[in-house]
Structures are given as C-alpha cells and as structure tokens.
Ligand binder design. Structure first.
Ligand code: ZN
Length: 887
C-alpha cells in the first residue's frame, strides 16, 4: 500500500487528486432489485420539516436474507414494517439496519414501509423562506439528490446502480405548486392544503428523484404533444420564455442526434432560489438556478443560460435514460452533457462557434490540470464522490467525446451513439459499455484512445517547429512532446501515441505571402478557398522530425488539422507562415493558435497583422482572442490596434478588448475605459469588465497619485447606481476595488458589501474580494479581514462557505489556516471541505517554507494518518462484531 499525502505528493509537478482518507469505492452488495419507491409526504414549511411514509418494493435476489441496510442520514425513524408486520431495526443516524422477522424468499417481493420525518435538514431537501435580512425571498422547497444526498430526505438504497419506478405524493399549503418526476396523476385539496400525486413510470436511480415546491408561474410549451413547462417566480414569465424558449427545438435536436425520441411524458424546468448548482437533471424535471433567467439586456451576450438548458436536457438521455452504474463512470454522462453544449452550439450558431466553444472547454480542463491536480477521468479512489465533479469529468470528458467523433467521422459516431443509447436505455452502464457500443456499431476498437485520455491523466503538450528547404523542396516538421521529460524517452509513461494529420496549405492566387495583410481590405473569407495537402503521421516519441517533399512551398501549415486532439500546442513557425495562417486558415482554432504564436514573436509586423485580424476576422471568437494577444505585445502601436476593437459590433469582442486594455496599465487605457464606466455599454458584461479593469489601472503605480482616488470615486458611483441584473456590473466594481490593495477606503467599501442583506451575488463577490485585497493591507486591517471571514465561515450556506474558502486561500498569513481548518472540519459539504483543504495548501505556499509551518504540516499529516488507521481498525472491529452477531 502506498500512502498519498496531501502536501508533498507531487508527480511530474502535479498535485495528487487523492487527499488523505481517499479510498476505493464500490457499489454495495445488492439484496435484490428495488422495483418501486413511494414517498407519501407532508411539508411543514414554517418548521422546515418533512415527514410521512417511504415504501420500497424489493424483489430479493436470493432466499434467506434476514438483514437489510438502507442509507438514511439524520432522519427520525418512527417505525419500520415489512409486508405490514412491524420489524425491529437499529439506526445510527447514517444507516438503517432492519432485522427481518421472516427472511426473504427468492422471487417473492416484499414491501418495506418506513415512517419517518426530518427536521431542518442540512442537505438533500432545502427550505427557502424570507428572513429579516432578505424579506423578499420567495417561499420554496426543493431537493438536490446528486450525488449521495437523497438519503438526507428519505431512506433508500442510495447508489446509482439501483433503478426503480417512483411515486411522490406530497401535501403542501394550498397556494403553492408541487412539481416532481413523471406525470401528475391526481390532486386533492381541502381548505388549507393541496396534495399533488406524481408518478414516474420509467425506472431511474434515487439521486434523480426530486420535489420542487413554490408559488410559481407556469408557462406552457410543448414538443410532439408532450408538455414542456417552465416554472419561475411570478413576474418573470417573459424572462422564462427568453431563457428557456428554445427547449422544444433542443428536444427535437437531441432526439435525433441520440437516435432515441425524448423518453419521458413531460419536460419541466423549475427555476429555484438559492440553488447550489447551475442545474440538476432530475428525470423529466430539471431544476435550474433562477440566476439563469435573462432579462433583455443580458440576453445580448449571455450564452451560458442556453448552454445550461442544453446540458441538463441532454442528461435526460445521458444520465437519466442511460444511467451510470457507479460515480467513477460519471464522465459518460457529464462529458456528453458538456459535449452536447458543443453540438447545440454547432446547430444554432455554426461550426466556428462550436470549435471555439470546445477550445474553451479544453482550456478550462487545462487550467485545472496545470494548477490543481491531474487524474485519470475514471477513478474510484476518492474521499467523496462529489470530488469527481471537476473539469476532468465535464470538460475533458467533452473533449474525449469529440475525439471519438473525429476518429470515427460524423456518420459512424452518431451511429455508435444511437447504438449506445438504444442498447442501454433504462439500464446502467460503465465506460466499457461505451467502448462495446462503438465496436458493435462501427467495428472500431478505441481502447487506445481511452487508455491514453480516460484511464490515465494528462494530454500531450506539443511543440511544433517547421522549416522549408527551397533547394530540395522539402518541408521539415519537428514535433516534440514536451510533457515527457527527456529521460523518459524510451519509457512510455508520459508519451502519447497518436496518428496526427498535418496539412500544407495553399491559398490560390497568392504565389507570395508578402504584404497580403496590407493589400486585402475586405473581410477575408476564411473558407473553401484554401487547398490542403494532408499527411497523417504517427507521433509517439518525445521528439520526431518528419520530411515532406512538396511541389511548392506551402503558405502555411496546419498541425493536427481540425484540431480534434485534446492537446496544447506551441507553434514555432516563421512569422510569414503564421500571418498567412491567421488570415486564411478556415479553422478558427488554428487562427487563434497562430495569433498566440505571433504575439510571442512581437514586433511591429506582428502588431499590424493582429490589428488587421481584430478588425477583419469574420468570426467574433478569433477577434476576441486576437485582442488578448495584442495586449501581450508591448508596443504603443498595439494599443492603437486594440482601442479600435472597442467599436466591435459583437459585445463578446468588446468584452475581450476591455479586459485586454485592463492589462495595459497606462493613462491611455484609463482614458479609453473611463467613458465605458461613466456612460455604460449595451452589454452588462462589457460594463462590468470596464469597471473591473479600471480598478486595476487605478492600482498601478502611475505617476499621479490622485488617480487612485478618482478610480475609487468612479467605483463608488457604480456601486451606488448600477444595481441591475444579477449584480453583474456591481460585481465588476467589487473586483475592481479589490485590486486597490493598499487602499483602506477600498477595503471599507468591500467590507460593507459583505453584510447580510446585500444581494447574494454581490455579497459573495465581496467576500471573495477580501482575499485579494488583503495582500496590501496593514496589520490592523488584516485582522479586520480575518475576523470578518471567521464570522462568515460560520454561515451554513454552501456558496458562502465556498467564497470564504476562496478568499482565505488567497491570503498570505498563517492565521488564515486556522479558519480554513475549522471550516473544513465543520462543513457538511465535501466540496467545501476539499476547497478549504486545497486553500490551506495555497496559504502555506504563500507564507513560504517557514520551519514552524512545515512542522505543523507534518504533525497534521501524522494525525491524519493515525486517524485513518484508527478508523479502519474500528471498521474491522465493527465488521467482526456484526459477523459474530449473524452467526
Ligand atoms: Zn451535468
């Protein structure tokens, strides 16, 4: 056995995913098949109590089972019956053990009936109501089962390997609506209460059972005669249509793409207050955060909501219809749901948007890989399953689906997906089932791809150098896998073995590359005009050189044409070729890579090429990326090129230009951004970015001191006057303030916005900002910050705890560690615990390798280790004592 420790375990410079206490997780032994779950409940909202009866129909797998163990956390168990006969049971607050009077008989179903209630539940079911700080909050009750939280609101065999039909009958105050999985089969009402009775006739796992209760407006839509309903707070009906109105089109789209018509009798989306995730794909009844509801102005450049709607809908097939057998295979559903965002983007906005969307998913994973940890996508070693819900699972998973698609081609890919969905509908799957479906449908064995990208961590980091030999008419391309250290050449551990297409590209009518940038004035049509000569090479060593005889010198080179492989790439091509690629490559991702490589080279010629692209590229994503790269080139001319981008018609480009200007901390950038802060922009996000950027510029040590005061005034004005949709603009102001690190006034303002009663989104931003502003504050103020964070860490709301942990993680004082430690120890949430522990690591790094701290670390590790050993000894003892009892 090898013990992983948190602080010192680094492999290849990557921190370990496995924290102390991580262990293998398996599904439990199965007493039989759960056939049906019936919850008959009543809500007592003022007392935050839910209770009633949970009836589970179980078909035993064999005869002679006399003990059943169910998951049930912090419930009051009143009685247990099996087939209407009272049973003896013991309950330790986590598991309910039923001692059966009559052992099971194979083939004879039993009905377990448990009378129970739960008061002020910590997880699983959430009661939302107005309070003195937030008097306008709606009254709502909603649930969140994934991953293992259903056990907090009803007793169950709580793991995804058990699929059953379900039924929820719930009594609520008459003014409220109750929504749940499946069809509404009956309602009843008396003078004060209304009872809703919902039935889910297709099997699904416990984590997808849901209940949402509130005084909702109900907006009806439909697909193929099936009701599609949006539930939102009253008054937000228009926002609901604006935000979710494409749902029927999406249902049509995914039904076709997945080769299986939408399988449930209805599709409801309920937008709830204080939701702890973006969305949750409960079977036929998705819950969404109400923050996804767009007003008219937000809909201008917010694509997140549309992607969220597509993501949760895609889960109705990937996750709900085809269910993962164990959390370790969750990428099957999360990867596809994330890839469905790409599929929908392609359908709705075209291929360039889709390619750019995928690039950003890849980048999101790459940041986690380089800054947090590296892990195989499939692993069953963790502390809590929720830790797996990271960017490896979602974004890298999406990239894997894309590589499968590229490897098979569209026709075979979708054929394989159809086979996978059709063969596994209403069943559970593991990763191998996807491989099998691919093989069955296409004959292709993609294990090599899964081995490299799914079952082990990492990705290739390519350095690609190109040169042309005029005399011999040879193109030379040297590919280096820089992720593999040179001494591993020969050992296979870090190397990737892939067949990569390299294309040499010719732009007709351009015998020379010279001066095309300056002579072409219209928007370049980066499409069919380019001719490619493509070769596929096997890249499998640390460094390989390939020679290609060509009739003519190519205008540019496309390494991994199509950019289908998940990778990083650093292009070492001559400026001329990069310029040609930026201008003419039809693949926006290649143009972006070319812009990055150009910016690294710098110089006036590069600035000209980038400025031209910012003005003329046909695709907004490239223009946005080019803006970022222009700011990287430290030349005055770059600034001029960049400022021109403020007039771009696409808000998403303007946002990027503003952010880029923010990195150039000069009077000129201040002057360029100030009007946006004062007069605004059509887009909330552009305005927010400007407000944020101007904070950074104000903080820069420019020669006039009053600048900081001017910026403070501006930001204060924004905070006073620009409350608006989801607090996007004011959140920008808080981020701007947090950069004025030495300013006590900025700190005072931020502290003000961490108070109860401040709109939640703004308050969370202010809490996080305490971390970054702490760096420049004096000791007295540092204490104030720590005090406030310690106070805030006592609040139980998940998002507050996360914000506190993030803030503390940015601090440079060992005092932050104590607060983080107690947060980690006391939080009921595995994600908070993990974030807090990772933050401790960061603070320790910030503080430096002080001997005392090092010692503390070692002691802590020691204690953890001992604790683990004690725990496993205890478990052994318990296991022994229970076998003694049974025998
Ligand atoms: Zn998801």
């Amino acid at each position: 056995m090898k013990l992983q420790t948190y602080f010192d375990s680094e492999n290849n410079g990557h921190k370990s995913f496995e924290l102390p206490g991580a262990r293998p997780h398996y599904n439990p032994d199965r007493p039989g098949q759960v056939e049906h779950i019936f919850l008959d409940l009543a809500l007592d909202i003022p007392n935050q109590t839910v209770g009633g009866n949970c009836a589970i129909t179980l078909l035993p797998v064999r005869s002679g089972i006399d003990r059943l163990t169910l998951d049930a956390v912090n419930l009051n168990i009143q009685s247990v019956q099996v087939d209407e006969t009272p049973q003896s049971f013991d309950y330790d607050g986590e598991q309910l053990h039923i001692q059966m009077q009559t052992p099971t008989q194979m083939g004879k179903t039993i009905e377990i009936a448990i009378a129970y209630s739960v008061e002020k539940p910590q997880r699983g079911i959430y009661f939302i109501s107005p309070n003195k700080h937030y008097p306008d909050k709606p009254v709502q009750v909603w649930t969140q089962g994934e991953d293992e939280d259903s056990r907090f609101w009803f007793p169950c065999f709580d793991y995804p390997g058990q699929l059953a039909t379900s039924e929820i009958r719930v009594k609520v105050p008459k003014l409220l609506i109750a929504i749940s999985n499946g069809v509404l089969i009956k309602t009843e009402e008396d003078s004060h209460y209304k009872t809703y009775h919902w039935l889910q006739e297709q099997v699904h796992p416990t984590y997808l059972m849901t209940l949402a209760v509130g005084d909702f407006a109900e907006i009806q839509d439909e697909w193929n005669g099936k009701p599609v309903t949006y539930y939102v707070d009253k008054g937000r009906e228009e926002d609901a249509r604006r935000s979710m109105g494409k749902t029927p089109e999406m249902i049509e789209f995914f039904s076709e793409k997945f080769g299986y018509p939408y399988p449930y009798p209805k599709y409801a989306q309920v937008c709830v207050d204080d939701f702890i995730f973006g969305g949750m794909e409960n079977t036929s009844t998705t819950l969404l955060t109400d923050r996804c509801l767009l007003d008219k102005r937000a809909s201008l450049d917010n694509r997140t909501t549309e992607s969220l709607v597509a993501h949760e809908l895609a889960h109705q097939w990937f996750g709900d219809l085809v269910v993962i057998k164990h959390w370790s295979h969750a990428w099957i559903k999360e990867g596809m749901a994330s890839y469905s965002e790409v599929l929908w983007t392609q359908q709705e906005y075209g291929s360039q948007d889709a390619a750019y969307y995928l690039l950003n998913e890849a980048r999101s994973y790459l940041v986690e890989d380089s800054s947090r940890y590296r892990r195989p996508i499939v692993t069953h070693v963790y502390r809590e399953a929720i830790e797996l819900y990271d960017r490896h699972l979602y974004e890298k998973g999406a990239c894997v689906y894309h590589m499968i698609r590229a490897e098979l081609g569209d026709e075979l890919f979708f054929k394989a997906i159809h086979t996978f969905v059709q063969d596994n509908a209403h069943k559970t799957v593991e990763t191998v089932d996807l491989l099998r479906a691919i093989e069955k449908a296409t004959g292709r064995n993609l294990l090599f791809l899964f081995d490299q990208y799914v079952y082990r961590g990492g990705h290739p980091d390519f350095k690609v150098a190109y040169s042309w030999d005029t005399d011999s008419k040879l193109a030379k391309v040297t590919v280096t896998q820089t992720q593999a250290t040179s001494d591993t050449n020969g050992s296979r551990s870090d190397l990737f073995d892939l067949k990569i297409p390299i294309a040499f590209s010719y732009v007709p009518g351009n015998s020379s590359n010279e001066d095309r940038v300056e002579t072409r004035d219209s928007s370049p049509e980066q499409s069919s005009t380019v001719n490619f000569k493509t070769f596929t090479v096997r890249v499998h060593e640390r460094e390989q050189s390939f020679y290609f005889p060509l009739a003519e010198k190519p205008h540019f080179i496309s390494f991994d044409i199509g950019n289908n492989f998940l990778k990083t790439v650093s292009l070492e091509y001559p400026v001329q070729e990069l310029k040609a690629q930026l201008q003419s490559d039809p693949d926006p991702v290649s143009r972006i890579y070319a812009a990055e490589a150009l910016a690294k080279k710098g110089g006036l010629e590069v600035v000209k090429a980038l400025s031209f692209a910012l003005k003329n590229d046909s695709f907004w994503g490239v223009r946005a990326e080019v803006a970022k790269q222009l700011a990287e080139v430290k030349l005055d001319q770059a600034f001029d090129g960049l400022v021109a981008g403020l007039k771009d018609k696409e808000a998403l480009v303007r946002r990027a230009v503003v952010q880029a200007l923010g990195t150039i901390k000069t009077h000129d950038s201040y002057k360029a951004l100030k009007p946006l802060v004062e007069d605004g922009d059509a887009s909330y996000y552009v305005e927010s970015a400007a407000v944020n950027a101007i904070g950074g510029i104000g903080a820069a040590n420019l020669d006039e001191k009053p600048k900081e005061e001017k910026v403070l005034k501006l930001l204060q004005m924004v905070l006073k006057e620009k409350a608006g949709w989801n607090e996007v603009v004011r959140t920008g102001a808080i981020a701007g303030l947090s950069q004025l690190k030495t300013s006590p006034q900025a700190l005072d303002l931020i502290l003000e916005y961490t108070a109860q009663g401040v709109p939640q989104a703004l308050r969370l931003a202010a809490i996080r900002a305490l971390g970054s502003i702490s760096a420049g504050q004096n000791n007295v103020n540092l204490e104030r910050i720590l005090e406030q964070l310690a106070e805030l860490s006592k609040e139980t709301f998940f998002l507050t705890q996360v914000s506190v942990a993030i803030a503390l993680g940015q601090m440079e004082t060992p005092k932050a560690i104590g607060i983080l430690r107690s947060l980690a120890d006391q939080t009921p949430d595995g994600r908070v615990r993990r974030i807090a522990e990772e933050a401790i690591g960061r603070v320790q790094k910030n503080v430096g390798s002080d001997q005392a701290i090092k010692q503390l670390r070692d002691e802590l590790d020691q204690i953890k280790k001992q604790n683990q050993e004690l725990k496993s000894r205890l478990e052994n003892l318990e296991a022994k004592s229970s076998t003694t009892e049974a025998s």
